[in-house]
Design a protein around this ligand. Structure first.
Ligand SMILES: [Zn+2]
Ligand SMILES: [Zn+2]
Length: 341
């Protein structure tokens, strides 16, 4: 089969002809139809995320079709269309039992990180990672769900519990995740302020339903935000940037009893602990999405509540070019690789 293989960190992936992977008794073989490309793939490519030793086939946002099943597989059969939840939790630790699969104590790995992923024609997947894909959602759209949509759902619904009386500010809301977060917040009934730095991204945020869009380079955020919220500040900031300056700006607009939700992350970020204290600001981190988040998001897409925003669709062989587009930040939504027909 064809696969894009990472053989050396920071060097272009190489198109290789490799063996179709073996699969275990509790696993299936999936013919990859589409795979999303993510900022995390760039971090993996740079060697900044712990993964298995190289060579590695990355790609963790996978939609495809089951073409063979292991002997213990009961819930899926050949021909089923599936979306893959890329975390492989143990299913039995206290966190898994509480539904917090992405902080499992006994991880068995992640597709495209510790195990080969979806930038290949076929991938072996544990049965417990499979989710049935509704027929009406295309493979290209479905590939956007496991991370770009479900991570936002996990952040806004599961972690931050955004409600209809909230004003939510999306810091860096014009990217592949933020554009879906805006739609989810609107579905929850919140008012949304989108912040980004280019005319194109402001336009996209408006199209996704943002009530107010602000250019962080050209406007002084606190003035505009306090005007919009009648002096109260926002109830929630969702950070898709997490740089020193973005977090500083976030703290200037957070109101009393608000929360800061860190979707993006960085090992060192300074924040104003005095203001956090005075206003009782909750700082919430959020890690990817569990299977139940992905299932809910498939329903939202099916019902037309959330529209997958796809910037570009490329072929498997064009993946290095895709990485370059992602690095340059010129995409108008999520990048998806169309792998097989
Ligand atoms: Zn991702
Ligand atoms: Zn577990």
């Amino acid at each position: 089969m064809k696969a894009m293989v990472l053989e050396e960190y920071g060097k272009p992936l190489i198109l290789r002809e490799v063996e179709i992977p073996d699969f275990g008794k509790d696993e299936v073989l999936v013919k990859v139809r589409a795979a999303g490309v993510c900022g995390t793939d760039l971090k993996i490519w740079e060697g900044k995320v712990p993964t298995k030793t190289l060579p590695l086939i990355p790609g963790h946002e996978i939609a495809g079709e089951v073409v063979a099943i292991g002997e213990n597989v009961v819930d899926f059969e050949v021909g089923d269309e599936v979306v893959i939840s890329f975390y492989i939790p143990c299913g039995s630790c206290s966190f898994c039992r509480a539904g917090r699969y992405t902080i499992c104590e006994n991880f068995e790995g992640r597709m495209g990180f510790e195990r080969d992923g979806g930038f290949a024609e076929y991938v072996a997947v544990p049965q417990k990672c499979l989710i049935h894909k509704p027929e009406k959602i295309s493979f290209i759209q479905a590939a956007v769900v496991p991370d770009a949509i479900a991570t936002c759902y996990h952040a806004l619904v599961t972690r931050a519990r955004v409600k209809d009386s909230d004003v939510v500010l999306m810091m860096g809301g014009g990217g592949g995740l933020g554009l879906h977060a805006i739609q989810i917040a609107k579905w929850l009934g919140a008012r949304v302020i989108g912040v980004d730095v280019s005319e194109k991204k402001l336009e996209l945020m408006k199209e996704c339903g943002a009530d107010l869009v602000l250019d962080a380079n050209n406007e002084y955020l606190p003035d505009r935000v306090f005007e919009y919220t009648l002096g109260r500040g926002v109830n929630c900031v969702v950070e898709f940037v997490c740089s020193e300056s973005s977090v500083e700006q976030s703290f200037r607009v957070l109101g009393r009893g608000s929360r800061l939700v860190l979707v993006a992350y960085s090992p060192q970020v300074k924040f104003d602990a005095l203001r956090a204290h005075l206003f009782e600001i909750d700082i919430l981190s959020t890690r990817a999405a569990g299977k139940q988040d992905i299932e809910e998001c498939l329903k939202l897409v099916l019902e037309g509540k959330v529209r997958p925003v796809i910037g570009n669709v490329i072929e498997l062989e064009e993946l290095n070019f895709g990485f370059q587009m992602l690095r340059e930040g010129n995409l108008k939504g999520r990048l998806v690789v169309k792998v097989q027909n």
